[in-house]
Ligand binder design. Sequence first.
Ligand code: COA
Length: 190
Amino acid sequence: MEIKNTIVGDHVRLRPLTEADMVLKVTWYNDAAVRKTLVVDEHFEQEKTMAWFRTLADNDARADFLVESLDGVPIGVTGLIDIDRKNKTAQCYCVIGEKAYWGQGLGTEIHSILFQWGFETLGIEKIWAHIRTNNPAIFRVVEKLGFQIEGTLRQDKIVDGQRIDLYHIGLLRQEFIPAHTRYELSSVSD
Ligand SMILES: CC(C)(COP(=O)(O)OP(=O)(O)OC[C@H]1O[C@@H](n2cnc3c(N)ncnc32)[C@H](O)[C@@H]1OP(=O)(O)O)[C@@H](O)C(=O)NCCC(=O)NCCS
């Protein structure tokens, strides 16, 4: 989807993802410590990932962002995908690839400003995700923002040769508990 805004919080901003960002995305998604809590099984390759990114140009069902610190350091990726206009739902994802930035409240801030944008700008009414049951950090983040567990998908995927369980979690717009952070939109050209 063509994104017209950069979303600004107290410590991070979310700006539209570009093809050049695929270099970092590949590095982050191939980092063993990062992918330990992700539902990804494949090794990421630069050329394939760039080609994949180019297929997204006309894809209206996703909004992908690079996460930067306010002083311009790229730290991760986030976005809404599977955007369903009829049912007003979307799936969310967030990966902070720079591990030095974990545990400082940024995951909470990133999700909060992304959701505020999704609810207000896209008119989404429900956000959902599948999270691994071995990921206490994301579990705590989504709990703080008001998500509920809607079910357990038992042994649902094979990752690194192991069958893994996932929680299906959901957040209704009226249940959303925003984080205590600034939320501003600025034009992408700012
Ligand atoms: C998951 C992730 C987004 C969380 O971001 P973050 O910036 O580290 O999260 P925050 O600092 O905002 O909040 C983490 C919360 O989890 C808690 N937490 C972290 N590790 C924990 C653990 N092992 N056990 C219990 N709680 C834990 C923290 O104390 C904090 O809660 P608090 O605010 O009540 O103190 C980030 O670690 C990440 O990108 N990890 C790798 C990829 C990934 O797993 N992405 C999500 C896939 S669904």
